[in-house]
Design a protein around this ligand. Structure first.
Ligand SMILES: *Cc1c(COP(=O)(O)O)cnc(C)c1O
Length: 450
């Protein structure tokens, strides 16, 4: 007989007078405070919609991930993935927790420099690095992760004849059993292209091969894919040692760990199916430890985890603009945040909670944003208590890829605040105004109104 797992008892407040677990659903409870700060107070001061970031949760996630890896392996380095959330305050919390910067454009690169990250702690990834970008990275002694042969040749040309050296790694793509394969980035392992790139780098003494990199996908639900990736990087590293007697300093396993959000179409809730950071750490570190490196030649493992460290550290507060009935009788609720602010609503079924007390009468409804576009739908069908104009909502786990992929479309981007460890609220990105947009525009003389 299989053993039943223990579930702790818990006490839940039931709103008197309304239906509860003896009647209808009790799956909602109002979320009227975020990290101890009342939602109402936040919107009174900073408006609606409003992004709210939790410093406490960021530090907790970062420390938990470091613990998971460092208790299993002696040499671990995290690098914050800027594109996941490059609000400077967020980046600096990660840097304070010991993370380097991982960037994929010169814009992000300069942001990292401005944040005080020293050049040799910046990892420059991605397929788009101009000669000037490469020069900047070389001058700052950054880690250049080469994506394609054209980049390799540009780098060789840039360094030819001079005395400068570049610290480089190659991005490797590979079959890890996850499809479609992300083989558009980097050099392929199976067909020998990665080895070809390594030989070309070794033929140029001005290129110092210091690491091997891969980033196999995002929201990866399989830990064994990481074991496979680590195995293949170890294999390359060992061949480099054999052929060139060069010890590769680090293996960078990229990011891609899943956050606890629920993907659209997923039957189970994200939180119930995703591996923990410990599961990923176990798969990666045991593969590298078992690969047969000499003790003093163990490579550092670098992780570029983005989504998993920030998604649950931010909320979006919004307000109900209107309620209506669609022609088929379904209820629709129109709110003041749309896909302009929650770009990832295209992939995730975001969890949404009312911010005030409500009766437990619920109804399936469509949740629409404020844009005058049919695509602006946050949830096609979500079971929520009935909401009225002016009611507030909290969208959970919005920290990854929304505050970078947000669109300035029809609406301006709103304020972003950070709640610090003491519960103080700080404005970390001011809302845009018409001036933000207009200042970039130029009017040809002949079109100016006379
Ligand atoms: C986007 C990206 C990351 C972060 O990925 P997550 O899925 O957010 O963890 C890390 N490394 C590289 C190269 C990336 O492009």
């Amino acid at each position: 007989m299989s053993k039943l797992s223990y579930e702790r008892p818990f006490i839940q407040k039931l709103n008197t007078g309304s239906m509860n677990k003896f009647g209808t659903k009790t799956e909602f409870s109002p979320v009227s405070q975020l990290d101890g700060v009342p939602v109402k107070k936040l919107t009174d001061e900073y408006g609606s919609p409003l992004f709210v970031i939790s410093e406490r949760q960021i530090r907790k996630n970062s420390q938990n991930a470091n613990r998971a890896f460092k208790t299993r392996y002696p040499k671990i380095q995290f690098a914050w993935s800027y594109k996941t959330n490059y609000i400077d305050a967020v980046c600096n919390i990660f840097h304070q927790e010991g993370s380097w910067a991982e960037v994929v454009s010169v814009f992000e690169y300069k942001k990292a420099l401005r944040n005080g990250v020293s050049g040799n702690n910046i990892i420059f990834n991605g397929p788009d690095k101009s000669v000037e970008d490469l020069e900047l990275a070389v001058d700052n002694n950054s880690l250049i992760h080469i994506d394609h042969f054209d980049e390799l040749y540009s780098l060789v040309e840039l360094l030819s004849g001079g005395k400068k050296k570049a610290r480089v790694a190659i991005r490797v793509n590979m079959d890890t059993g996850i499809y479609p394969m992300w083989d558009r980035f980097g050099f392929n392992y199976e067909n020998g292209q990665a080895w070809n790139a390594i030989n070309k780098i070794m033929a140029h003494p001005e290129l110092e091969l210091v690491g091997l990199h891969c980033h196999i996908g995002t929201y990866m639900l399989s830990t064994s894919a990481y074991a496979t990736a680590a195995y293949k990087l170890c294999d390359l590293a060992k061949h480099i040692k054999l052929s060139y007697n060069l010890v590769v300093q680090y293996l960078d396993l990229g990011g891609g760990f899943a956050s606890s959000n629920t993907l659209k179409g997923s039957y189970l809730q994200g939180a119930d199916i995703i591996p923990t950071v410990d599961d990923y750490a176990e798969a990666i570190t045991s593969t590298v430890l078992n690969a047969g490196f000499k003790q003093d030649e163990l490579p550092t493992i670098i992780l570029e985890s983005g989504r998993a460290l920030i998604d649950d550290a931010a909320w979006l507060i919004g307000s109900v603009l209107a309620t209506k009935r669609l022609s088929d009788g379904r209820r629709a609720t129109v709110v003041d945040f749309g896909v302009n602010l929650l770009f990832n609503a295209f992939w995730y079924d975001y969890k949404i909670s009312p911010a005030q007390d409500f009766t437990h009468h619920t109804e399936d409804m469509a949740l629409y944003g404020p844009l005058c576009m049919n695509i602006d739908c946050i949830r096609e069908s979500v079971n929520l208590p009935l909401l009225n104009k002016g009611d507030q909502l909290v969208v959970h786990k919005v920290g990854a890829y929304n505050m970078t992929q947000w669109l300035q479309f029809i609406q301006m981007r709103p304020n972003v605040v950070l709640i610090d460890m003491e519960g103080n609220v700080h404005l970390v990105r001011e809302k845009e105004s018409i001036d933000t947009i207009i200042q970039q525009e130029r009017m040809p003389e002949y079109l100016k109104k006379k």
